[in-house]
Design a protein around this ligand. Sequence first.
Ligand code: ZN
Length: 434
Amino acid sequence: MDENRKFTQGLLQYLNDSPTAFHAVENAAAILKENGFQELKEAENWALEKEGRYFIVKNSSAVIAFTVGTGDLNKEGFRIIGAHTDSPSLKVKPGDCTVTPDGYVKVNVEIYGGAILQTWFDRPLALAGRLVVKENGVLREKLVQIDKPVFMIPNLCIHFNRDMKEKGACNKQTEILPLLSMKEDDMEKEDYLPALLEEETGIEKGNIVDYELYLYEYQKGIFTGKKQEFISAGRIDDLSMVYAGLTALTQAQAQAGCQVLAAFDNEEVGSTTAQGANSGLLLHLLNRICKNLGLSDEGYFQAVANSTSISADLAHAVHPNYSDKHDTENRPVLGGGPVIKYSASQRYATTAMSAAYFMQACERAGVPYQKFVNRNDIAGGSTIGPALSGLTTIPTVDMGAPILAMHSIREFGAAADMEYTRRAFLAYYEGGRL
Ligand code: ZN
């Protein structure tokens, strides 16, 4: 099997195994450990060494990994790649299931991030996330994954809804509640979810203190297309960039500067959390690395001034059926390579200089690249770049592999772009100072 295929198969496996940010981080930590990275706890003493490979985990849903360089950190700085672990989803609300007068048992959910809700209908849905349990009086967290089709949100039939096409949007409170079961005689509305968890995970319902549980599509990610050149899967945004960054970091030879991969949580809801990009998480870590390696405050500020970063989130490819949604001259396509994202209003952090160092990394790797900017009459999205750059004051390029159907329950991309991105990241990590 060629290297490209092997990489994309690994990516699909990672997507399929990571239904939530918690699982994405757990699986990332396993890959890091396999490659000689050592986990550090924020609350313990550290003794970093040159060429040492380390990582920290925050809230079980964000991870930052780094390789200490061989040179003077104040002169060589950090080469940072940022991405995010979370994806739009349906999150189970606290409290009981709803039992309707007709005897349907529905789970009560809220919407996490900007999901295309229509894509969640008529699909078998499974359940995963984190439980907090009490064992012998001590609180512990347990990741759970019930990888079974247990929920469904059935569409209303066309016969009751003739104007469906015109209507489009659904009511977010009343129309998206997933069906779990029919009412059972000996069950109350508070029993259904704990009973399911106990049955599937073996954790006694009396020990469950609280939970963060998300629904996800039961069907797995696959290759598609005439030559199987595409991938169709959930959570390509942004776990494909996390995986490309992880693979590049584990493959990169240590260089003079320090190589960093920061996979933050909560990008889809604005990043302002302890484990999000708009927090002190990365900044504190950069400071701590410098101090632990014996740098003064002065040295730390120099190191920051000699650093660069990449904010890796996905980009919109030109859609085959909606080609007028893009700018007339900047038209990235599937398979054309990673996309540099520009915005005059700085919803992307890219500057001419940060774009240039990314283009140079692509050129060193022999990887094509493309450019994206919104039409002036379409607002478009944003990502972690502005927060990452604003908090750290480190120049940042916003980029990502081009995909279609962003925020659908299944997104769509080209295998080639994922592999191009890995190679560009590797060249960036192994490149020297600007
Ligand atoms: Zn994203």
